[in-house]
Design a protein around this ligand. Structure first.
Ligand code: C5P
Length: 222
């Protein structure tokens, strides 16, 4: 039989990557953070001062962007042209611009192509926005995660605060709302639940409960 793909999509800061990592670790699957790829492309464009509103200018430099993953302990270590950028891609300049970059057609085509290659022969858990709809429409298991927006902002705020002492909860809330708006309304593969995706609202669930929920869905395919 073929390899198993678990697709985890949903809104920003819903705990997708926390669940995806735990699931991959438990099952010995490969974890791929597709959002990190859009973030790394965004970082490259910002550093090069490329006009993000100019799709042709963005497309022209895409061949200069080489992304690689180093999987250590099921964390995401992403390399942009051999430089580890895992921390820098989480900072506000990238977070504020990534959804605009992710709306560009040529960027999505390139990322989707690379993502499909990663899931062609291996068992993987991939999280993102269009994994169950566009990247792997035939994934055996599709989860669509959601949670109360206030709870999501508080979680993300706690995560960012240690390294960003000036950040405010309002700023984080606004960024999440803005990204969700752009992600759900863009023309090119917008964030939407695949018809066969199972909804997982984790507002009141512990990480352990979420893991068990997901394991139960994958079990029949093992
Ligand atoms: O998952 P994360 O929040 O790091 O993703 C950052 C941004 O990348 C999202 O807000 C979205 O604009 C974009 N993205 C996407 N498709 C994916 C993964 C992420 O458009 N599969």
């Amino acid at each position: 039989s073929s390899n198993i793909v678990v697709a985890i999509d949903g809104y920003s800061s819903c705990g997708k990557s926390t669940l995806a990592k735990a699931l991959a670790k438990q099952l010995h699957f490969i974890y791929v953070d597709s959002g990190a790829m859009y973030r790394a492309v965004t970082l490259y464009l910002l550093r090069k001062n490329i006009d993000l509103k100019d799709p042709a200018a963005v497309e022209a430099v895409l061949p200069e962007v080489h992304l690689n993953f180093h999987a250590r302990d099921y964390q995401t270590h992403i390399l942009l042209n051999d430089e580890e950028v895992s921390d820098e891609i989480r900072l506000m300049p990238v977070s504020e611009n990534v959804s605009a970059v992710a709306a560009i057609r040529s960027v999505r085509h390139e990322m989707v192509k690379q993502q499909q290659r990663m899931g062609r022969s291996k068992n993987i858990v991939m999280d993102g926005r269009d994994i169950g709809t566009t990247v792997f429409p035939n994934a055996q298991v599709k989860l669509f995660m959601t949670a109360d927006p206030k709870v999501r902002a508080e979680r993300r705020f706690k995560e960012l605060q240690p390294n960003n002492p000036d950040i405010t909860l309002e700023e984080v809330f606004e960024n999440l709302a803005h990204r969700d708006y752009l992600d759900t309304t863009r023309a090119e593969s917008p964030l939407i639940r695949a018809e066969d995706a199972i909804i997982l609202d984790n507002t009141n669930l512990t990480p352990e409960q979420q893991l068990q929920f997901a394991l139960d869905k994958v079990e029949p395919f093992l």
